[in-house]
Ligand binder design. Structure first.
Ligand code: 6PG
Ligand code: NI
Length: 183
């Protein structure tokens, strides 16, 4: 069984528990993510901000297993804030993750548990290690779609609640034509 992803072909045919899924996040799913509520209200809420194609070769929570995903973030802004993912800590806090840039331009925004925030530029071929206990979110800073791959442990899980409650300590906005992190 060959499984075709936007930018990857999965050729392994020895797996049993495998499944694939595609999650789509529209602007309407991201109401509390963006800062500029006024700009948000005036936008087409049905537009897709990003989608995630995931390959789950084993069942969720299988110890030692790995998941793979390809995220596509479309270009756009809400006010002066770039289209971006919700962002999350892993529920199993110690679990790390790899991201790598495939297409387009973006920024990986990370925050540790002391709320220190930093960012890494994403571009085709860029490779990023996200340590455990570090929240991660990606923004598309370009004019084309941003595509990146990810690999994470199958027992990582997603904790969106902490971000929904306390947010990231900094946001990535466009100022004088360049992306900058602001408090
Ligand atoms: C994960 C990865 C990655 C991420 C997507 C969408 O742990 O599964 O970090 O696949 O989920 O890029 O981002 P959000 O999950 O923050 O919406
Ligand atoms: Ni993750």
């Amino acid at each position: 069984s060959k499984i075709l992803f936007p930018k990857a072909i999965f050729t392994n045919n020895l797996l049993t528990g495998e499944s694939v899924k595609c999650d789509t996040r529209k602007l309407s799913d991201l109401e509390n993510i963006f800062l500029d509520k006024e700009a948000f209200r005036n936008m087409d809420l049905q537009q897709t901000v990003y989608n995630v194609n995931s390959l789950l070769p084993v069942k969720e929570n299988t110890p030692g297993g790995l998941f793979f995903g390809i995220t596509t973030i479309y270009p756009g802004k809400v006010g002066n804030e770039f289209f971006m993912t919700k962002g999350h800590f892993h529920s199993n806090l110690d679990t790390a993750e790899f991201y790598w840039g495939v297409e387009g331009e973006g920024m990986l925004i990370m925050m540790d548990m002391d709320r220190n925030v930093w960012a890494e530029r994403m571009f085709p071929g860029s490779l990023h290690y996200i340590p455990g206990k570090v929240a991660h979110r990606v923004a598309n800073t370009g004019y084309r779609k941003l595509v990146f791959s990810a690999c994470w442990p199958s027992d990582a899980g997603h904790d969106y609640k902490s971000i929904a409650k306390d947010d990231f300590a900094m946001r990535l906005i466009e100022k004088n034509g360049v992306p900058v992190l602001i408090k």
